[in-house]
Design a protein around this ligand. Structure first.
Ligand code: GDP
Ligand code: MG
Length: 297
């Protein structure tokens, strides 16, 4: 079995300097409870397979209904150290009245920007702690007819502050044609509401054919239809993550069954550095400029 996360290819993505220091990445998950956020994170980063990995609460903050929690895990693969922070938002969308339920999430992201900005201003810039959120997986329910009001409101409130990657949750609940319908519908609505989701960088003319193909497959998969599971089964002598139903087995890592591998590939193998660069160069810069303008008024 290929039971490693696979971020060692970061070596190709990052500067030497960064590799020596280790690599840090912060991923946020948002969506109503029960959509499989925790299960997907476990499936993506094998957190339950690595018993020796230390998982601890770095921060907890209660804010009315939406609690924001942060967990960190340190993984070393092939000499590359990755410190992964997972920001979870249990309770999002669970209230009877979800008006402004995106507010605590916006506040959290702004606070991380502000902390970084303050640290940057200080004289000792060597050990600036960077808790900025690099990517937000937004979970869309498979049981609706596309986006709901709360989905639109959330994405509109957040799209200038964080790289949003929409995922169609629990895709095993949908037939192939339903998945296709939902994906088309979601993309249409994202477009109609002028929501800006994370956009893959254009390929350079000197990128090789393989990378171009990879990028185009990823792009076509959005919103990624995902399935998570904490159960493994034997298939062809290999242990694979799967969901077992009376009528059959759904394999999480089988691209014929869902887009899980595409999502993981994007997050850890090919686009982690770009997500960080976008955060630093565009989203954080927006924030900084906005604060500067405010201060001048
Ligand atoms: P969270 O509240 O969003 O963190 O959701 P959980 O990960 O705790 O999952 C809620 C329930 O949904 C659990 O019973 C999971 O076993 C189940 N679940 C998780 N992922 C999937 C999936 O991809 N498909 C299906 N059908 N069920 C799932
Ligand atoms: Mg959860």
């Amino acid at each position: 079995g290929k039971d490693y996360v696979g971020f060692a290819t970061l070596l190709c993505q990052v500067r030497r300097k960064a590799v020596k220091k280790g690599f840090e990445f912060t991923l946020m998950v948002v969506g109503e409870s029960g959509l499989g956020k925790s299960t997907l994170i476990n499936s993506l980063f094998l957190t339950d397979l690595y018993k020796d990995r230390t998982l601890y609460d770095a921060q907890e903050r209660i804010n009315k209904t939406v609690a924001i929690t942060k967990k960190s895990v340190e993984v070393v693969e092939k000499g590359v150290k990755l410190r992964l922070n997972i920001v979870d938002t249990p309770g999002f969308g669970d209230a009877l009245d979800n008006t402004n339920s995106w507010k605590p999430v916006v506040d959290y992201i702004d606070q991380q920007f502000e902390q970084y900005r303050q640290a940057e201003i200080c004289l000792n810039r060597k050990n600036v702690q960077d808790n900025r959120v690099h990517c937000c997986l937004y979970f869309i329910s498979p049981s609706g007819h596309g986006l709901r009001l709360i989905d639109v409101e959330f994405m509109k409130a957040l799209h200038k502050k964080v790289n949003i990657v929409p995922v169609l949750a629990k895709a095993d609940c949908l037939t192939r044609s339903e998945t296709h319908y939902m994906k088309t519908r979601i993309l249409d609505e994202i477009d109609r509401h002028e929501i800006k989701i994370y956009d893959f960088p254009e390929c350079d003319s000197d990128d090789d054919e393989l990378l171009r193909k990879h990028n185009s497959v990823l792009k076509k998969s959005i919103p990624f239809a995902v399935i998570g599971s904490n159960t493994t089964v034997e298939s062809n002598g290999r242990k694979v993550r799967a969901r077992i139903y009376p009528w059959g087995v759904v394999e999480v890592e089988n691209p014929a069954h869902c887009d899980f591998v595409h999502l993981r590939s994007m997050l850890v193998r090919t686009h982690m550095q770009d997500l960080k660069d976008m955060t630093e160069d565009t989203l954080y810069e927006n924030y900084r400029t906005q604060i500067l303008c405010q201060n001048q008024e």
